[in-house]
Write a protein that binds this ligand. Structure first.
Ligand code: HEC
Ligand code: HEC
Length: 323
């Protein structure tokens, strides 16, 4: 994520000259073309709005994809940046603001450049310079200073690494006004803040992946397995990344760990795999735990455990019974 700030700085120097001249006369030749806009989308958007199954069907990898828009329709209106949903999203005038895993968001300079491009009619590079006879090779892209994507080996996993998976595979249902209406179980997976808040129950316990419903449901330990519209489910790589992210403290995009939701309630249903363990989640059982006399579970039984989260992230069972 820090790289994005560096990139941002580099872009300010690189772009300010372009946008100033362009702003003076948007119709002039100096209006940015797709060639200048594409790297902005690539560095900030295409992890979610690109590749296989781009979020909302909006593919920002190509100019054609930008023009095509999302499942809901056009996101840009040529000549009218102020009417363009894409601009409203990067300005935060339409919620949620883009990029979804921000801050950081685009700089004023970057936003102005995109607006100028839209105002000028979204020129393609080819429209500026007619194709060279014989179809000359494209000039090589300048080397990028930073790119969003998976963490480098040994780099801590942050929200920005896992957010694209949530965006592509979960948000369509897990937000209010999603394809199922209200967010299932009140769980919105649209921002780190909402993920941490959880729904009717806590969905994530930083530092304790095994006990976190998000991890249990994507692995299929807890049913129904998520995403509900799978298969395909998440790949082993995606699951492992989310596990590392939770286990490492559910770092935000800037690398700060998330607080443990001490005192909040959890519930597990599954098989008792040990004393006291439910599907591998260790729970603390003490004098205050209510164990049903008639329905006292033994190892191997189907059971339900209700509990509260302790300040260190472990679970204290408040109630234990056979199901
Ligand atoms: C981490 C994933 C992620 C990133 C990065 C991201 N988006 Fe999005 N984007 C989403 C999700 C999820 C939605 C759907 C939100 C909603 O339901 O309203 C969305 C919605 C949108 C929409 C509205 C589409 C519609 O159908 O109305 C636009 C426009 C958009 N994004 C543009 C961008 C741009 C431009 C960038 C980069 C500057 C960007 N997004 C970066 C996940 C992302
Ligand atoms: C097609 C819609 C859909 C998609 C996509 C989806 N979910 Fe769900 N999710 C649901 C529904 C519906 C429930 C409630 C299921 C039930 O309890 O029967 C649910 C429940 C959950 C729960 C349990 C919440 C609780 O408090 O019990 C978690 C955690 C969860 N989903 C995580 C995810 C994750 C993570 C993804 C993406 C990898 C995802 N879901 C994708 C529809 C969806």
């Amino acid at each position: 994520m820090r790289n994005r700030y560096h990139l941002g700085l580099a872009m300010i120097f690189f772009l300010s000259s372009v946008s100033i001249t362009a702003a003076q006369d948007p119709q002039k030749k100096s209006a940015p073309t797709w060639k200048e806009i594409q790297p902005l989308f690539e560095d900030n958007c295409t992890v979610c709005h690109g590749g296989e199954g781009p979020t909302r069907g909006l593919d920002l990898e190509t100019r054609a994809g930008v023009l095509k828009g999302s499942r809901a329709g056009a996101v840009v209106t040529a000549g009218k940046p102020d009417d363009s949903e894409l601009v409203k999203r990067i300005r935060g005038e339409s919620e949620p603001r883009m990029p979804l895993d921000g801050p950081p968001y685009l700089t004023e300079t970057e936003i102005a450049l995109i607006e100028t491009w839209i105002r000028a009619g979204l020129p393609d590079a080819a429209a500026e310079k007619p194709a060279e006879p014989g179809g000359k090779q494209k000039p090589k892209e300048p080397e990028k200073t930073a790119k969003r994507g998976p963490p480098a080996p040994g780099e801590p996993v942050t929200w920005s690494h896992v957010a694209p998976t949530f965006a592509k595979r979960c948000v369509k249902c897990h937000k209010d006004g999603g394809i199922r209406g209200a967010a299932p179980e009140g769980l919105e997976l649209i921002s780190l803040e909402r993920v941490l808040h959880g729904g009717e129950r806590v969905a994530l316990i930083p530092g304790n992946a095994n006990a976190s419903p998000i991890f249990r449901h994507i692995q299929g330990i807890a049913s129904p397995r998520m995403p509900l519209d799978g298969p395909p489910y998440l790949t082993q790589g995606e699951i492992a990344l989310i596990e590392r992210w939770i286990q490492g403290g559910a770092l935000d995009s800037a690398g700060k760990s998330s607080p443990i939701p001490a005192g909040r309630k959890v519930r597990y249903r599954g098989r008792l795999t040990g004393i006291w363990q439910i599907d591998g989640v260790k729970v603390v059982v003490d004098g205050s735990t209510r164990i049903d006399k008639k329905k006292r579970p033994g190892v191997g039984d189907n059971a339900e455990v209700r509990g509260v989260i302790l300040p260190d992230g472990r679970i204290r069972a408040t109630r234990l019974r056979r199901r």
